[in-house]
Write a protein that binds this ligand. Sequence first.
Ligand SMILES: C[S@@+](CC[C@H](N)C(=O)[O-])C[C@H]1O[C@@H](n2cnc3c(N)ncnc32)[C@H](O)[C@@H]1O
Length: 314
Amino acid sequence: MSQPAVPAFQHVPVLLNECLQGLNLKPKMVVVDATLGGAGHSREIVKQIRGGTLVGFDRDTAALRYSADVLKAVDGVAIRLVKANFADLADNLHSMGIDGVDAILADFGVSSYQIDTPERGFSYTKDAPLDMRMDTDAELTAAQVVNGYSLKHLTDIISQYGEERYAGRIAAAIVAARPIRSTGHLTQVITNAVPAGYGKTGGHPAKRTFQAIRIEVNQELASIEKFIEGALSVLKPHGRLAVISFHSLEDRIVKQKFKLAATDCLCPPKIPQCICGHHATIKWLTKKPLCPTIQETKSNPRSASAKLRIIEKL
Ligand SMILES: C[S@@+](CC[C@H](N)C(=O)[O-])C[C@H]1O[C@@H](n2cnc3c(N)ncnc32)[C@H](O)[C@@H]1O
């Protein structure tokens, strides 16, 4: 029998117990899952908020459809699912008539389902169209980035979003090989552009470039910045926000935003008395990020780079 092209929605929720505990869930709460995916976290969240509301966001229609199916049997919790970018979380909640939220979870990046569905074009291990859109209605695709961006633009993206030391060589090889027709073709061009043996220590030679193109296609970092601002604005006093990031670029934004919001005065140290009037609006609950245990990493290798940061609104 031949294998189906699209796998069943497989995604193991990361740092599940740490998230559930950190969010301090109680009956009747209004909780937002900003990244529903396969509802791996949400299906456990709803068990703890009887009489409450779960609002789930995702910009991937397949994730929403699957989550709707998983959550349809839930009794005693109002489920509201929204196809939207979490950057627009606050606006969406306001237009739904929700002005205050008790807990918010975000689990950034792509789901295993997205990576494992070849035609979505996220994986450098499968030959597929150059797509990489989380929202398949969005305009920008990986093909446009790979075949349309200038050498400089491509180099900048691969260097900044992929933190790839051979960004210049890879970008030049991509431009020389245009048109690049598929993910397999792109992987080959990247592999030929880097020194032989590169990747023996840092993973597949195409890993960082694929990450960079994905971040560009989905404007991931800009969305995260706007999300944190929106999430902090809609949290009720004592409400909690738990954020899981998977690479340093994501985590840096989360850390900086939380640090700013947790600080009282922002005046330069030379100024004897505060003139900025800035007041902390949150407190850190995790001074250091929580990371998966060795057991979790063993059973779910995709959790390996996860970092969970939790704050509470003052
Ligand atoms: C790592 S998965 C979440 C998995 C989920 N927590 C679970 O356990 O099943 C991330 C999900 O967030 C979605 N996503 C990523 N960035 C988004 C954004 N800016 N707005 C809305 N959804 C986003 C992706 O489409 C993906 O389905």
